[in-house]
Design a protein around this ligand. Structure first.
Ligand SMILES: Nc1ncnc2c1ncn2[C@@H]1O[C@H](COP(=O)(O)OP(=O)(O)OP(=O)(O)O)[C@@H](O)[C@H]1O
Ligand SMILES: [Mg+2]
Length: 479
């Protein structure tokens, strides 16, 4: 009988009991239990290159290391900045050619071109990372030690065929990146956050804290951030939800975007900001400047961690306190994760309505608990009821962003905070993503729907000229 949970083992009929390791043999296992369980795919490396290809790469890698040192000795480094890309590529090709001839190494045309490109990337850029940084389809680069580099394309992680020669090579590139921004990373300072020249967000952690070799994560900077229309088109939310969000932003509700790591919080925040009127003065505060606001009147701030001696820190809270003296109409904080929560809520409560931020949480309810925890951790001694009423009067809408298991990113819920009932913050969900199943290819099947609850703010929307039709609050009927 066919079961979708179990792979058909081709050898099952021919070798019923002969297999010495019956764990994977379909006949030996108790049938009822085994057919309920899906086979767990066990693969060591997804894109293991063919043996020949690997040998070729290794040989090229060795030649590259040999030549790199000599190339640096032969190049006039002080003239590097002034040379155009074409000149430099020509120069490198020429020196490489000479060195190869000297050593009696013969390479075919393709290998020679690869070598020239890789050497150029080593000299001017970030070595093996350079090709991934330039690849438009890659959104995240995740390095787990020198031999394993994963990339994210269209929401899916894949093992790339790019590698570093060894840990030393990887460390050299990390050093190059962090020293360019005046930071240091070594045993006593084992992790660092930085921004690359192109705006990409960079984080590295080196041994011994990183056990199997340095860990690097890069969130690539997208020149064209996804806008509201793109997100609607990608199915991240619906046109009705977009209309609701437009009303919420334009009528200056305070909004929190909640979500897990890489769920699309910053993207959502950026898209929401497009609804802000061009005449408003917006101040943004981020750890790494990622937001790209389209308005004319924007002041951007980037907080700064302490330096090697532990001095010079400018925390998000410092920026926020200062921002309040800079006459903002709205304040956008890239992520609230610490004591700045106090000032953020205060700002939302006192005249800077229409402010926005993101938090790490898995649901609106969870998001509120996170806010409560942050306030407690900041050392504010307030009765829980007072904390909650502070939150309830500051935050109006919580938008939940999620990265689902098939890699798609969706706005899985829009929830309003409507006030307090006793000691509890009352909330109502207005829209949500209703999952109904999974296709055989593991794609999620589902649809967005309104919950049938009319917005608590619909009168406000109407008074501000955003008279949303009652139909947008009606649940979607699916057959
Ligand atoms: N709806 C979407 N469809 C496709 N790609 C998306 C969508 N939303 C976000 N992305 C992409 O997903 C990646 C992560 O998005 P983003 O930086 O907004 O996440 P985040 O939640 O802010 O992450 P972090 O927790 O690391 O700050 C980006 O490359 C972004 O372009
Ligand atoms: Mg983010």
């Amino acid at each position: 009988m066919f079961s979708r949970y179990k792979k058909q083992a081709p050898s099952a009929r021919t070798a019923p009991a002969a297999a010495p390791a019956p764990a994977t043999s379909s006949v030996e296992t108790p049938q009822a239990a085994a057919s309920l369980r899906r086979p767990v795919p066990r693969k060591n490396a997804e894109a293991a290159p063919a043996d020949k290809d690997r040998k070729r790469k290794e040989r090229l890698g060795e030649i590259k290391v040999q030549l790199h040192r000599e190339l640096l000795d032969n190049l006039n480094l002080s003239a590097l900045d002034k040379a155009s890309e074409k000149e430099l590529r020509g120069e490198i090709a020429q020196i490489t050619g000479e060195l190869l001839d000297e050593k009696g190494i013969a390479l075919n045309r393709e290998d020679r071109m690869t070598l020239n490109k890789e050497l150029y990337d080593e000299v001017t850029g970030l070595g093996p990372l350079e090709s991934l940084l330039q690849d438009e389809t890659v959104s995240d680069i995740l390095v787990n030690g020198p031999q394993q580099i994963f990339v994210e394309r269209e929401g899916k992680l894949q093992l790339s065929d790019v590698t570093f020669k060894d840990e030393k090579h990887l460390m050299r590139i990390i050093d190059k990146i962090v020293s360019a921004v005046g930071r240091r990373v070594d045993e006593s300072n084992p992790y660092v956050d930085a921004r690359l020249a192109d705006g990409s967000r960079f984080n590295a952690m080196v041994p011994p804290i990183a056990v199997d070799g340095s860990l690097v994560s890069i969130r690539k900077f997208k020149k064209d951030k996804l806008g509201i229309d793109d997100l609607v088109q990608f199915g991240a939310f619906t046109e009705e939800m977009a209309a609701y969000l437009q009303a919420a932003v334009s009528t200056r509700l305070n909004i929190i975007v909640s979500g897990g790591t890489g769920s699309g919080k910053t993207t959502t925040l950026n898209a929401l900001s497009s609804f802000i009127d061009d005449s408003e003065r917006i101040l943004t505060i981020e750890d790494t400047a990622e937001l790209q606001l389209q308005q004319t009147h924007v002041g951007r701030m980037e907080s700064r961690p302490p330096n090697v001696e532990g001095k010079g820190e400018v925390s998000p809270r410092d920026c926020l306190k200062n921002a309040l003296r800079m006459r903002p109409d709205r304040i956008i904080v890239g992520e609230t994760r610490g004591e700045e929560v106090i000032d953020m809520l205060q700002a939302m409560n006192t005249g800077h309505d229409g402010s926005m931020t993101t938090i790490h949480a898995n649901s609106a309810r969870d998001g509120v608990s996170r806010l409560e925890n942050m306030i407690a951790m900041a050392g504010i001694e307030m009765p829980i009821k007072a904390v909650r009423s502070q939150i309830a009067s500051a935050v109006n809408v919580i938008v939940q962003a999620s990265r689902l298991q098939d890699g798609s990113r969706r706005m899985t819920s829009i929830t309003e905070i409507t006030g307090m009932e006793g000691d509890v913050i009352s909330m109502q969900e207005i829209f949500r993503f209703q999952r109904v199943g999974l296709t055989p290819e593991n794609k999620i099947i589902g649809h967005f729907t309104a919950t049938g609850v009319r917005s608590h703010y619909s009168e406000r929307f109407r008074l501000w000229g955003f008279d949303l039709p009652p139909s947008i609050y009606e649940p979607t009927r699916m057959e």
